[in-house]
Design a protein around this ligand. Structure first.
Ligand SMILES: *Cc1c(COP(=O)(O)O)cnc(C)c1O
Length: 412
């Protein structure tokens, strides 16, 4: 029915987080970067920029310790290594997240136990986590997906009652809050990413935070090959990697950090605007948020009703791309994380299948019936790219495109 489609509006190019159009990189970053280069000291063990970043970030979150590291994946690895699971211990995580939040569990010899998610927020909940707890549970990792916090009050109550530490994966949720508290500073450890597409970026990079002095010590050591810098008799105290951030990244991050509050406020304001424009549109539901949460809109996610829109999120994405040049992501990560070969086929170290060889059968049972929220959530999600560089016109263009898409598709 191609000839019945309305003519595309004068197409607009949306700013992208993959290049300068949608990034806040500029004179401030160049200034600090050239200072770093001129200093001739590019390692954080001797330089000043990474240390300044760590101090400023801790202050911003109101937390005692922050350490920079090589990536968000490294940040999660550092957090798990600090918790120090025994081989075969279980770490509860989510079935909808970035792979960088999952593989560190295996590298530390622990078993990821996937919790189901709420299909309306794509986040784990206290209820879905509780179903996964066993006497081998060593930690819980929650991902605040798309910038929207998990319901931490209930999750912390569950975890604290059992003495289980909570690691917060805050890669997508800089400055998001639950009950006025910044996420990342609620659980035992928070993990952030500075990868290209996050709220602020150094290309690759990460940060870990904690209020716990003993965990902080282990986190610092894990980033630094467990070498006891400054100790009277330093040694390599345990198995660890070099996960340091360079001064080049540190300099850029210091400048980026000064822009973070503005980035978050802008994304939130623009998202509220889009929500107000599409609130009454049949067949799509704007992002849901608990009244205790402040969402920071890493992405803007819709739920698409396939009863109203044929082919649901996939059909809507196709229409938006073909008719308006808007690139969105139906299904977000395509399939639940546990359906990836690394978990499904237990591809790890050589042919050993370690650490899966130590797993309780139930912990690695990925039967679809255990994950109704995950399958439903991925079926109806449409992830729209979101950016602080959008103007009112860009938002109006997205809203109008959605209206036109729904009209065209639901009439078909
Ligand atoms: C981006 C991301 C990571 C991994 O961060 P990298 O810096 O890409 O290694 C981990 N968890 C979540 C939720 C992410 O979005």
């Amino acid at each position: 029915m191609v000839n019945m489609m309305p003519k595309p509006a004068a197409s607009m190019q949306l700013p992208s987080d993959q290049n300068a159009s949608g990034r806040t990189l500029g004179a401030e970053e160049i200034q600090l970067l050239s200072e770093a280069i001129n200093s001739g000291t590019l390692t954080s063990t001797k330089g000043t920029f990474v240390k300044a970043l760590e101090r400023d970030f801790a202050e911003l979150l109101g937390i005692k310790h922050a350490y920079a590291c090589a990536s968000g994946s490294a940040a999660v690895h550092v957090a798990i290594a600090a918790i120090d699971p025994e081989p075969g211990d279980e770490i509860i995580t989510t079935s909808v997240t970035d792979m960088g939040a999952l593989t560190p569990i295996l590298y530390q010899g622990a078993i990821p136990v996937f919790a189901d998610v709420d299909p309306t927020t794509w986040n784990v909940t206290a209820e879905t986590i509780e179903q996964c707890i066993s006497d081998r549970t060593k930690a819980i990792i929650v991902t605040h997906l798309f910038g929207n916090p998990c319901n931490m009050t209930e999750i912390m109550a569950l975890a604290e009652a059992r003495g289980i530490p909570v690691i917060e994966d805050t890669a997508q949720s800089f400055l998001a809050t639950h009950n006025q508290q910044p996420v990342g500073a609620i659980g035992a450890i928070g993990c952030f990413s500075l990868q290209q597409g996050k709220h602020i970026t150094t290309g690759e990079g990460g940060l870990v935070v904690t209020n716990d002095d003993a965990l902080a010590r282990r986190m610092y050591l894990y980033i630094n090959k467990a070498w006891g810098y400054g100790d009277p008799k330093p040694d390599h105290y345990f198995l660890a990697l070099n996960y340091r951030m360079t001064e080049l990244q540190g300099a850029v991050a210091c400048a980026q950090l000064t822009k973070l509050r503005g980035v978050v406020n802008k994304r939130r304001r623009l998202a509220n605007r889009l929500t107000s424009l599409i609130r009454d549109l049949a067949g799509i539901t704007p992002p849901q948020q608990d009244t205790r949460n402040a969402h920071v809109f890493w992405k803007y996610c819709l739920m698409v009703d396939s009863e109203v829109i044929p082919d649901g999120a996939v059909g809507l994405a196709k229409w938006l791309k073909e008719n308006r040049g808007i690139f969105s992501a139906p299904r977000y990560i395509q399939k639940p994380a546990f359906r990836c070969a690394v978990f499904q086929d237990q591809r790890t170290f050589g042919s050993s299948r370690f650490p899966f060889t130590l797993a309780r059968p139930e912990a690695v049972n990925y039967d679809e019936a255990k994950f109704p929220g995950t399958f439903q959530g991925l079926e109806h999600v449409l992830v729209l790219p979101w950016n602080e560089s959008y103007t009112e016109e860009h938002v109006a263009y997205i809203a109008q495109s959605l209206k036109d898409a729904v009209a065209a598709l639901s009439a078909a």
